[in-house]
Ligand binder design. Structure first.
Ligand code: T3D
Length: 267
């Protein structure tokens, strides 16, 4: 496994590439991986880099230590030169969650511990989640008199329905691991010792599919959230045309007829 420690460059995260799976680990365990400017910028770079790398077919995002991510670093927020909240959101948080949503490479969140504030938003922006028993997803904005951000007000109602999202956001209720599975937010809840391996196994499974078809499926699912049924039918027709012109589609048919597993190349 090739491991690049970005903390040497001040990014406060680690990236390890094992075959087709890149694992990005937020690495400020003493502060529950709270997001500093450096960490946010480093994470954005790491996601874009992994997404551009044709050898990487799935990304796992996790946290070092006992938390996934405690959201904005509140100590940094109190520094005199801290940017205004709206600037911080526009310039750093929004590009980050957009990069996750728009990543052609699917992202599996390994929620090893608490995901709070913008850390919850990062979890919600992943494509699939595996959550540790005992972990929780908390919007946590109410306690500091802020509003859920970094996409949480858009993502949560679409993922679990508006009334459940309202109860969670207005009452600042934590979502437990079993609750996350029941709500359909997480694929499964597992013991904390297994959460990373389970997420990596899921990522390795994603990596066996044709990357272009996976990316187009992700786009179609996102597109459909704001489209009419009629528009969605047309969008599906367009992207199916694109998928159908790939070599991987030919390979999929050949493998089916020859009764062997397909070997997708991304072409
Ligand atoms: O720029 C902008 O501000 C705009 C964007 C805003 C987006 C946001 O994310 S706002 C929301 C920010 N996050 C929070 O409000 C969560 C704050 N943390 C907590 O509520 C709790 O720490 C947790 C529920 C996440 C975990 O609780 P617990 O009891 O397991 O741990 P703890 O004892 O509170 O924290 C352990 C350490 O981590 C502690 O440090 P210490 O005392 O051992 O030196 C604590 O200060 C530190 N820590 C936890 N969260 C943060 C943090 N340090 C800085 N920033 C944090 N967000």
């Amino acid at each position: 496994m090739a491991e690049a420690t970005a903390s040497a460059t001040g990014e406060e995260l680690r990236v390890a590439v094992d075959g087709p799976v890149a694992t990005i680990t937020l690495d400020r365990p003493d502060a529950l991986n709270a997001l500093t400017v450096r960490l946010r910028e480093g994470l954005l770079r790491a996601i874009r880099r992994a997404d551009r790398d044709p050898a990487v077919r799935a990304i796992v995002l996790t946290g070092a230590g006992r938390a996934f991510c405690a959201g904005q670093d509140l100590k940094e927020r109190l520094e005199p030169d801290a940017a205004a909240l709206e600037t911080e959101l526009r310039e750093r948080y929004n590009p980050l969650v957009l990069a996750m949503r728009e990543s052609d490479t699917p992202i599996v969140g390994a929620i090893n511990g608490v995901a709070a504030g913008a850390g919850a938003s990062l979890a919600l922006a992943c494509d699939l989640l595996v959550i540790a028993d005992g972990a929780s997803i908390r919007l946590a904005f109410g306690r500091i008199a802020l509003v859920p951000d970094s996409g949480a007000t858009w993502l949560l109602p679409r993922l679990i329905g508006p009334s459940r999202a309202a109860a969670i956001a207005l009452l600042d209720e934590p979502i437990t691991a079993s609750g996350a599975v029941d709500l359909g937010l997480a694929v499964k809840a597992v013991p904390v010792a297994d959460v990373l391996a389970e997420a990596q196994a899921l990522a390795a499974r994603l990596a066996t599919f044709a990357p272009r078809a996976l990316a187009l499926t992700k786009r179609a699912l996102h597109h459909a959230q704001d489209a009419t049924f009629t528009d969605t039918l047309e969008y599906e027709a367009v992207i199916q045309g694109i998928a159908g012109r790939t070599r991987d589609h030919q390979e999929g048919i050949a493998a089916f007829l020859e009764k062997r597993p397909p070997a997708f190349t991304g072409d």
